[in-house]
Write a new protein. Structure first.
Length: 184
């Protein structure tokens, strides 16, 4: 991993206070932070070393949750953040498992690297974006992390993940159709 990539997350976490702006609503601030971490997670999905990519993505998600909680004035312990990530993402494990398999595929010379490089960034970015939006929706609705219903958060995450995945699939199909039309 390059020195620039190694310093990306600490730098983002340090700059989270810059995301808070009195002119923006908390939801707008959260959306801005969520998008930054989703983009970072997608970028970390390109890391060619299996397990290192998943570690970087997980760290990005942990920092995103802390950032969103800070925007909403919620104090979090590391253990609580880990519980949120594992419980929520675990609710769609069969779908997200594709990301883990992408990381494992990277062990296969040439073909595995290509498969991992194509699938892992999109799964990582989508998972991070969905997790952040599910948490922000919960906090925006007045929910607290002390009484966070992980089952409810998991259901929201699963539903948002599937909706985002379907939307991404439709965009991909439209792009293919447009390309075919241009080629004809």
């Amino acid at each position: 991993m390059s020195e620039k990539n190694a310093n990306a997350l600490p730098e983002m976490a340090a700059n989270d206070s810059n995301a808070v702006s009195p002119e923006m609503s908390r939801r707008e601030q959260a959306a801005k932070s969520i998008k930054r971490y989703a983009a970072a997670s997608a970028g970390f999905g390109i890391i060619p070393i299996p397990a290192l990519d998943i570690t970087a993505i997980g760290t990005s998600q942990l920092l995103m949750i802390r950032s969103v909680a800070k925007i909403y004035g919620v104090d979090l312990s590391k253990d609580r953040v880990r519980a949120i990530v594992s419980s929520t993402v675990g609710g769609v494990a069969p779908v997200v498992l594709g990301g883990g398999l992408s990381s494992i595929f990277k062990m296969i010379p040439v073909v595995g690297s290509i498969v991992g490089a194509v699938t892992m960034p999109s799964v990582a970015g989508l998972t991070t974006l969905t997790l952040g939006n599910a948490l922000a929706d919960h906090l925006d609705a007045g929910g607290s992390l002390d009484k966070l219903g992980l089952a409810q958060l998991r259901a929201t995450f699963s539903s948002e993940f599937m909706a985002a995945k379907a939307k991404l699939s439709r965009k991909k199909e439209a792009s293919v159709e447009n390309t075919e039309a241009l080629a004809a």
